[in-house]
Structures are given as C-alpha cells and as structure tokens.
Write a protein that binds this ligand. Sequence first.
Ligand SMILES: Cc1cc2nc3c(=O)[nH]c(=O)nc-3n(C[C@H](O)[C@H](O)[C@H](O)COP(=O)(O)OP(=O)(O)OC[C@H]3O[C@@H](n4cnc5c(N)ncnc54)[C@H](O)[C@@H]3O)c2cc1C
Ligand code: FES
Length: 254
Amino acid sequence: MKRIQDFKFKEYKWLNYQNYILTLKTTDTIAEIKPGNFAELKIPNAPDVFLRRPLSVLDVDHDENTISFYVKIIGKGTEKLGKLRGGDKVNVIYPLGNSFSINGTNKALLVGGGSGIAPFILLGRELKQKGVEITFLIGARTKEDVLLTNEFKKLGDVLVTTEDGTMGQTGLVTHHSVFSEEFQFDKIYTCGPDPMMKAIAEIAVEKGVDCEASLENMMACGFGACLCCVVETHGGNKCVCTEGPVFNTKDLAW
Ligand SMILES: Cc1cc2nc3c(=O)[nH]c(=O)nc-3n(C[C@H](O)[C@H](O)[C@H](O)COP(=O)(O)OP(=O)(O)OC[C@H]3O[C@@H](n4cnc5c(N)ncnc54)[C@H](O)[C@@H]3O)c2cc1C
Ligand code: FES
C-alpha cells in the first residue's frame, strides 16, 4: 500500500566525492518494501527543484524505523539532497513500482553499474534467504567508483570490472570472463545504464537464461499520468513508474 510520509534526516555516509547513503527516520512504522521498489522524494530547501526525484530503496530497518537510499549526484536534486541538516523533513512517496521476481532461481548473477547497484542489497538479501547462490558483478570506470562491495560480500561472491583496470578485470562488465566460461547461472538481474542492460539482455538470450532489468527512465509524476517514462515493449508502450521499473528483458523492444 502506497504511503506519503514525512521522514526526518538522520545521517549521511559519504562513499566518495559523488556518492552517498542517505538515511531517513520516522516515528511511524515503515511500509513493507520489496526488492526493486522505489520512492519519490521531495527535495527539501530546494524551491527550484520542482519535481520529486525517484530513488530505489537501498535498505530498510523496521526496528529503527529507518529507510536508506544510495544517491549518485548528477544534478541539482541529488546535490541538494546531499546537503540536509538535522531536523530537515523529507516527504517520501513509497513503495512505488513492481519488484524483482525471485521464485525458480537457484544461482543468480546480479549485474550492476553506476547507481544501478542500489536495489541489489534488498534483492540479494531476499535471494539469500530463499537459499539462492548469488554472484554480484559490479562495473565501474575506476576503483574509487566501486562501491558497497563490503555489503555485497555479506550476501555472495563479488566480481568487479573497471574500465581503467585499477580493480578487478579490465573493461566493461560485459567483457568479464564469467560470460566466456561455462555459464553457471539460471537467472540474471541487472540495473544500470541502458546500454549496459541491453548488452546484458543480449548475453542472457545467448546463454538461454531469464533476465530482469530495473529501468531508470527519467520520471516526472511517478504515478502514470504524464507518460514521460514510457518504454516500448512487445505489448505496447508501458510506464516504467507504474508497470516497472522491473521488466523481463524478453518483453522489452529496446
Ligand atoms: C526507478 C528509478 C530508480 C532510481 N534509483 C536511483 C538510485 O537508487 N540512486 C540514484 O542515485 N539514482 C537513482 N535513479 C536516478 C535518479 O532518479 C536521477 O539521478 C535523479 O532524478 C536526478 O536528479 P537531479 O536533480 O540530481 O538531476 P537533474 O538535474 O534532473 O538531471 C541532471 C542530468 O541527468 C539527466 N538525468 C536525470 N535523471 C536521469 C535518469 N533517471 N536517467 C538518466 N539521466 C538522467 C538529466 O537529463 C540531466 O542531463 C533512479 C531513477 C529511477 C527512474
Ligand atoms: S513518471 Fe509520469 S507516467 Fe511515469
């Protein structure tokens, strides 16, 4: 059930110059959140940032009544969200969108790049609880941009590629040797830049495995009214905000 709820700024954990984890707290309970769900945050102290900004839910603590988001600064909204002070209120609409499907998977490969790693903590935790073996494959430009690996290591194996070769294998995630060796996975989950997800979707077809992608199309209203987030599928245009963000890649007409 969707909620519109006021949270208070609790803390930041800065991961590097451009990326931070924002934790918000409420005195109320927090609604159930499924892996892949996202939230629309109203940016406080920012009258020039009119629209809410969509962010995947990174983590939730129902005992502490906290919710966390992993944020990559790319513009005014994500920059201002990184400048909150004690007592600032953040209005959040959540949980939005659909979620990853978990059943029928024994060995999963989770491929993320950029802010696309955000939904993988909740997804990894749920997969692990269901007894699924998990491998994370994280792609970044350089080692400073390889983030959250300590969290991922608690849930499964972690493989890395960097474009400049400063960590893990050199190149793009799609060049990782995990794809050239005998492929051991029965499901791929991916989130990140569109070209990366499209390439991963092609590999999934080659390997004959199911693949789900969480799309990060630009959004405005977040509830299916403005149609600015549509993606073309084999079943017609669909709103990423209400019918996604998670799609089986075989349904997408990218
Ligand atoms: C379902 C969903 C989940 C998301 N989850 C996360 C997350 O967990 N962490 C995170 O850091 N980001 C996430 N994003 C992306 C995030 O919403 C955008 O980065 C943010 O809205 C940008 O706001 P801004 O005001 O900082 O930048 P703006 O000033 O709005 O934009 C700066 C530049 O980035 C471009 N841009 C804006 N939004 C996007 C986008 N979605 N995709 C590609 N280019 C864009 C603009 O065209 C512009 O050139 C998610 C997006 C969606 C749709
Ligand atoms: S953001 Fe308006 S319809 Fe999806």
